[in-house]
Design a protein around this ligand. Sequence first.
Ligand code: AHG
Ligand code: MN
Ligand code: MN
Length: 338
Amino acid sequence: MHQEPKSGTRLKTPEEVILGTPGLSSDLRQKLVPIISALTRGGKIMASLISRGPLLGITGSAGKENIQGEEVQTLDRIGQDTFCQALGQTQKVRELLSEEEPLPTFFPESDPDGLLVAMDPLDGSSNISVNASIGSIFAIFRRSRTQEPEDLFGGDRREILAGAYILYSASTSFVMAIDQKTYLFTMDPSFGGEFLGTGEPVFFPSGGKIYSTNESYAPLWEQGIQDYITWVKTARQPVMTSRYIGALVGDLHRNLLKGGIYLYPAEGVPGKGHGKLRLLYEAYPMALICQFSGGIATDGVNPILSIKPGSDLHARVPLIAGPMDLVSEFHKRTGHPL
Ligand code: AHG
Ligand code: MN
Ligand code: MN
């Protein structure tokens, strides 16, 4: 469970937490610290722009579609440019995959042993114009030693090292999963906007009673999932209550702090039959955050982190994510025990 800082607690930055993490080699720390700094720097810029969004005229559509056939918002592009530039400047990222670009961006000036980053620069686009919660999501990978030097996102051997998200809401949160632990930081907009946290790990509380899903799609789900949702509302003791923001970052963050299960199952809709959320930059980082907080994320059958990415870097997967007790219960009742 997340603890509010006690008075007198010396708060830490994400960089200080990484430098104090025992399970990371000094080589990895030297790569991760500038990358995490780039994410928080980008987060500060985004938070500042978002807080003035309508005044700057940046809360509308960019007037085109992305690789997924979805309407691109102006803030999707701003997020892309902000984080791409910040990550490129570190020279520790060899290649960057983004929801907003069909192909990964290669940084020729970077360390040849640099890490790989996959990102959703702006999550929850449909919330932008109504001043509701939105976020940014990141997965940081290292390449396997056996891979060819320049075989980057095109290769099939990469290991996720860290997952992170930024939540732009009443305050701006930075959540980072690294070396078996998940940490929460809050941006202090004064004094240069530093992200600060207790440095204590965050865990899902037990006994959560929230389910988060877009229930309007229920008729398209397999019968077992429809039955599970009916059961949590009627027969389960205690019955569960529904909360849905419509931005994965916002929904997962609430569930992490309050205890709840997030469901975006596969649908029978053509082109969406494999779910909506993207494996590499939405499901993977959230799965690592869940795992390091005492939870798990699955595609309804298998753990997300056991799924090998194929050749489609923008592939979608169903996503069921939350604390171990709630996700296990879901799997048991839908016939795929974990
Ligand atoms: P994005 O804005 O990056 O395309 O992601 C939106 C995703 C996710 O954040 C959210 O949980 C989901 O779409 C909401 O989808 P529905 O509107 O279908 O519920
Ligand atoms: Mn998204
Ligand atoms: Mn997005």
